[in-house]
Design a protein around this ligand. Structure first.
Ligand code: IMP
Ligand code: MG
Length: 185
């Protein structure tokens, strides 16, 4: 049983229906932009778990998917250093890679992932983020080719996004209630 109802976690930002419609539209656009089977999706765990899974189901059946595990947040604060990227590898020589992440914040994650993919021989790297926070980015941050939603610079949870490992399974995206971060942080 759910310990708390979704509505108790924080204010609703994006409902399940709104997210579903947008992911469908992104899938259609992405499926049209590349020829089937010509690119590989690279999902960044843990945050893009649900987004990548839902997007994949909107793409041609030939679409390959791989995952890297990258982490840069502790609580509601970015460490500015994505951990895990340098250790990740795979067969990317000459490939077109579409990086899928949950949210673009400072930009350090996408920059580090793109740098690593180039080292591994990827010939083209595009980025698709579900959310983009309206805030300044680090210099050199890649501009995502696809953005689901522009959102205010607030800490959000749900649909894969967590606060200290919690709330990833919410079907909607919510602004973390300030009391939650203060009580648990
Ligand atoms: P960046 O590297 O600063 O752009 O941050 C990107 C990563 O930080 C994302 O992949 C998320 O995992 C995490 N992140 C940034 N903002 C939030 C948020 O509001 N809620 C949950 N995770 C976040
Ligand atoms: Mg992440």
């Amino acid at each position: 049983m759910r310990e708390k109802r979704e509505s108790e976690i924080g204010g609703l930002l994006l409902s399940e229906d709104v997210i579903r419609e947008r992911v469908r539209a992104l899938g259609t656009e992405i499926g049209t932009a590349y020829s089937a089977g010509s690119f590989v999706l690279l999902g960044l765990l843990n945050g893009s778990l649900l987004f990548t899974a839902d997007l994949l189901r909107e793409l041609p059946p030939e679409t390959e998917v791989v995952f890297w595990r990258v982490k840069s947040y502790r609580g509601t604060v970015s460490t500015g250093i994505p951990e895990g990227v340098e250790a990740e590898g795979g067969e990317f020589i000459g490939r077109t890679v579409l990086v899928v992440d949950d949210i673009l914040d400072s930009g350090c994650t996408l920059s580090a992932v793109e740098r690593r993919l180039r080292e591994l021989g990827a010939c083209a790297v595009d980025h698709c983020v579900l959310l983009s926070k309206q805030r300044p980015r680090l210099p050199g941050t890649p501009l995502p080719r696809w953005i689901g939603f522009e959102i205010p610079d607030r800490f959000v949870v749900g649909y894969g996004l967590d606060y200290n490992g919690r709330y990833r399974g919410l079907r909607s995206i919510r602004v973390l209630a300030e009391g939650e971060a203060i009580r648990e942080g």
